[in-house]
Write a protein that binds this ligand. Structure first.
Ligand SMILES: C[C@H](O)[C@@H](O)[C@@H](O)C(=O)CO
Length: 552
């Protein structure tokens, strides 16, 4: 008997490729709980995008009903999660909130499969900031990864890159805006100044005071000592316990004098009476004590710049350090005497690096020296690269970034200086004990932006030029409402660097900014700082263009 031909096999649909999703969160339960809905919404959109390309996104860790969120909330939890992930599986780290990179770094460092970091283009919570921090950490650790961002996860650029990553394990962005300093036309005035400052640093050296190294898992913000030595800068490792104790030793009268100084300058405190939800005089008086203590410790240990971590440890003892930090970064600040009865560095800032970001600390120190020598404003600060959007007021056709930081910017950066600035209570989600921010709207003008980072075991620095634009009050308010309205804001337009180029290249959550008196002054200040960094052994790149679109 002839065997009948077997019926042709029906073609099985190809099995969807499984992609593992991890989401790192904050250490603070209040933040994880509050921010979870935004993360859940983002993950849904991301899963749809992956599915549309034939993949399947599967969470590696569950939503925790008792905690009302599904974030990895500690390093310990991160280790447990990664121990169960197939080491060769493709992994997406999805972020729509501020996260502590050390929760997932150990797992990612040993992971063998493709890694993609993704953030949603939203200002609501610092998700972009969280992803940029993780990218900086992965870069420093030498981990290969790709990165993407999107507003709705359905745009052609995002889907194209995601598809590339799904099929090859890698997706790249064009970064033609980055040029090595060696290829740029550095004016001789900048070179001469750089050599002079570098020689001084090599001979006399300098100290940065670090109040408890390593803030919120920001591994990228720690400069290995060996790399710092080459710059002539050394760390004085200080304890926040010492700062707290010193603050308790400041008299009520001294705190009151600082408080009166703010009021006399026209600074506005938005006071209420409810400690838990409103700013109170008692909170500010404690901040005044911390300011006096910080000045005295900087003086005692000879620190050219200092960084206060605040998160963790100090946050459980005393109101937020932001007002203190912004005040330290201001040239015009309340006088504080040392034990010899001298006013500590009258008329000068004591450069402060927020969240003990040592890369920003070194940058701030160099900025201060360069700007002082050139007769340019010395006040500088870091901001978060928080978000950006097209201007909805029709004032400018340029893409306008929201540079924002959690409360500490020098008053000189704000429209109206001290009188144009105000202090709001820090949100209790992040800052249980409150404390005033030093809020203001950055004044229009020409700025230099920069960032020091660690890659391939080397210190590197990117610098570029930008301007700060003035936007109508409603547009400023829209941007504040879309982010954190109690924090200082800067409307920045980068020259010759698009949004996507900035995101592709930047290796940190923070960006350093300093003003100059004109576009030409800012160009010179940038060249001088870049040349100084190169003199000190950093690998330096200039990004974008001058204000007129010309290359550097
Ligand atoms: C309060 C938050 O934790 C902020 O400090 C955080 O968003 C950052 O500023 C990270 O750079």
């Amino acid at each position: 008997m002839k065997k009948s031909k077997p019926a042709p096999k029906s073609k099985k649909p190809a099995k969807a490729k499984t992609i593992v999703l991890v989401a790192s969160g904050d250490l603070r339960q209040s933040a994880n709980e509050t921010c979870w809905p935004a993360q859940a919404a983002m993950e849904k959109q991301l899963a749809q995008a992956v599915a549309s390309l034939g993949g399947k996104l599967v969470r590696a860790h569950p939503y925790k009903p008792a905690l009302k969120h599904g974030f990895i909330a500690s390093q310990k939890e991160g280790l447990e999660v990664f121990a169960k992930i197939d080491p060769k599986a493709p992994v997406i780290v999805a972020e729509s909130v501020w996260q502590y990179s050390h929760h997932v770094l150990p797992g990612l460092i040993t992971h063998q499969g493709p890694i993609l970091t993704v953030a949603n283009w939203s200002g609501q919570w610092p998700g972009l900031v969280g992803m940029l921090n993780l990218n900086g950490g992965l870069t420093k650790a030498g981990v290969k990864y790709s990165t993407l961002w999107s507003e709705n996860f359905d745009d052609a650029y995002f889907l194209g890159k995601l598809s590339e990553w799904l099929s090859t394990g890698v997706c790249r962005h064009k970064t033609a805006h980055v040029r090595s300093l060696a290829k740029c036309a550095v004016p001789s005035k900048a070179r001469v100044l750089a050599r002079k400052i570098a020689a001084d640093l090599r001979t006399k050296k300098s100290i940065i005071g670090v109040f408890d190294e390593g803030c919120m898992g920001m591994y990228n913000a720690i400069i290995p000592d060996e790399l710092l030595f080459q710059t002539g800068v050394y760390k004085e490792r200080l304890s926040q316990s010492a700062l707290y104790y010193a603050a308790t030793q400041v008299s009520d009268d001294e705190a009151r004098a600082v408080f009166d100084w703010y009021k006399q300058k026209g600074f506005t405190f938005h006071f209420g009476t409810d400690e838990e939800n409103e700013l109170t005089e008692a909170q500010v008086l404690q901040q005044c004590k911390m300011y006096v203590a910080a000045c005295r410790i900087a003086d005692e240990f000879g620190c050219e710049a200092i960084g206060i971590q605040y998160q963790q440890g100090l946050k459980d003892l005393i109101p937020a350090s932001d007002l203190v930090e912004g005040t330290l970064n201001s040239s015009d600040r309340p006088p504080v005497k040392n034990t010899a009865g001298q006013v500590i560095r009258a008329g000068d800032p004591i450069t402060h690096f927020n969240e003990v970001d040592e890369c920003a600390g070194l940058d701030g120190l160099l900025t201060n020296r360069v700007h002082k020598a050139l007769g340019q404003p010395v006040e500088n600060t870091l901001h978060d690269l928080r978000w950006g959007d097209w201007d909805k007021s029709g004032t400018t056709d340029d893409y306008v970034w929201v540079y924002l930081i959690s409360g500490a910017a020098p008053a000189e950066h704000h429209i109206g200086g001290w009188a144009g600035s105000d202090g709001h209570r820090q949100d209790k989600m992040y800052f249980r004990l409150g404390g005033a921010t030093l809020r203001g709207i950055a004044k229009p003008g020409e700025i230099v932006w920069s960032r020091i980072f660690v890659e391939g075991g080397k210190l590197k620095m990117d610098l570029g030029r930008a301007k700060v634009v003035k936007l109508p009050d409603e547009e400023t308010q829209r941007r504040w409402d879309a982010t954190s309205k109690v924090w200082p804001i800067m409307h920045a337009v980068t020259y010759g660097v698009t949004r996507d180029q900035m995101m592709a290249r930047h290796k940190a959550n923070h960006i350093q900014v300093a003003y100059a008196k004109s576009a030409r002054d800012a160009d010179l200040a940038m060249y001088a700082k870049a040349a100084l960094a190169a003199e000190l052994g950093l690998e330096v790149s200039l990004c974008g263009t001058k204000a007129d679109g010309k290359v550097f």
